[in-house]
Design a binder for this molecule. Structure first.
Ligand SMILES: Cc1cc2nc3c(=O)[nH]c(=O)nc-3n(C[C@H](O)[C@H](O)[C@H](O)COP(=O)(O)O)c2cc1C
Length: 329
């Protein structure tokens, strides 16, 4: 039988794994000496992620988080055995099974609590940052690092175009707004989604963001003001590098998600904070442009793109996460 206290302690750490829009879709069921990983289809973003790719990436990242947390406690997670995953049982989709073993595995201690999405600006590059970038690039063969100033500026403009392409779709904006917690009075502020602290927004900025992404978007866009208001050029161009995270074409996004989390932890170990810019990987035009410009091999797929650097500021507020008890069903 699985030691429930061990599982809960490990999940307390695993829940810090990244998930798209912080939807935290992964649930666990104990089946004797095995664990069943389930996905909550209500915690998904079907407009922005119609194929469920980011949803599956998020499950992979969470699985990797549990694997790391168990390894740190002298146990290991064997598997996963993937399930077809199309049927819904009690509102949840079974995705994989795995086994908790009471045997220690070699695993480096990863900076799980320190890693987070940094959505502010970055400090100018210095020797230490450069050394960190070099260490990171040497470690990850699935990441192409772009550091040229001109290239970063070009990527910043491309990211703004990609973001606008998606934001012009009203359903896309509505879905995003559903997961934004722009007021500290929001009942789910500390539980899930993207809150104002995580987005680095002051009260006034958060209020403005709600209007710009909500009722004012269309009128502003008609007079050419939506683009400058949603633009992130300044933040992206202050970054010291862009990381193109690419995986074998056709790889199960669950597997990519495991590597995605590891790559992000490697950035943290190298002293770099990062923020994914998924729109660059999601929009065919930007993904293909980046693959061509930065020679990503044809048999590899750009899964995500990060801007990275050393943060110019500090992150306020606690990390919004669901309590461990809700992750075990
Ligand atoms: C597949 C995936 C895609 C993501 N895309 C974005 C993105 O485009 N922009 C962004 O700001 N954060 C993105 N994130 C980061 C999540 O919003 C973040 O992990 C979540 O809010 C939890 O916060 P934390 O990373 O600080 O722990 C993505 C995360 C995942 C797993």
């Amino acid at each position: 039988m699985i030691d429930l206290d061990l599982l809960k302690a490990a999940l307390d750490e695993a829940r810090l794994a990244p998930s798209v829009h912080n939807v935290q879709p992964t649930r666990w069921r104990v089946l004797g000496d095995r664990l069943l990983l389930l996905g909550d289809p209500a915690r998904a973003i079907p407009v922005a992620d119609s194929a469920g790719r980011d949803w599956r990436l998020s499950h992979g990242a969470h699985f990797e988080g549990l694997s790391l947390a168990l390894a740190a406690r002298g146990a290991s997670l064997a598997g996963p055995q993937m399930l077809p995953g199309e049927q819904v049982s009690n509102g949840l989709v079974p995705i994989a099974t795995c086994e908790v073993r009471a045997e220690a595995v070699e695993s480096p201690r990863e900076p799980v609590s320190e890693r987070m999405s940094w959505r502010g600006g970055f400090k100018p590059v210095d020797a230490e940052t450069q050394a960190g970038l070099a260490r990171f690039a040497a470690e990850r063969s699935d990441c192409t690092l772009v550091t040229g100033r001109h290239d970063i500026m070009e990527i910043a403009h491309l990211a703004d175009r990609a973001a606008l392409y998606f934001l012009r779709d009203g359903q896309h904006r509505a879905e995003l707004l559903e997961w934004l917690r722009l007021s500290r009075a929001h009942p789910r502020y500390q539980r899930d989604g993207l809150n104002a602290d995580a987005m680095q927004l002051s009260r006034i900025e958060a209020f403005g963001a709600g209007l710009v992404l909500g009722p004012l978007f269309r009128p502003l866009d008609r007079i050419g003001l939506a683009a400058p208001l949603v633009r992130e050029t300044a933040k992206t161009s202050s970054s010291v590098g862009t990381v193109l995270f690419h995986r074998p074409a056709g790889e199960d996004p669950f597997v990519s998600g495991r590597a995605f989390y590891r790559a992000w932890l490697a950035m943290e170990r190298a002293g770099l904070k990062g923020c994914p810019m998924s729109v660059l990987a999601d929009w065919d035009e930007s993904r293909e442009t980046l693959a061509r410009r930065f020679a990503v091999p044809a048999d590899r797929h750009i899964v995500s793109v990060f801007r990275v650097g050393r943060p110019d500021g500090v992150q306020g507020g606690a990390r919004a996460r669901l309590p461990v008890d809700e992750l075990i069903v």
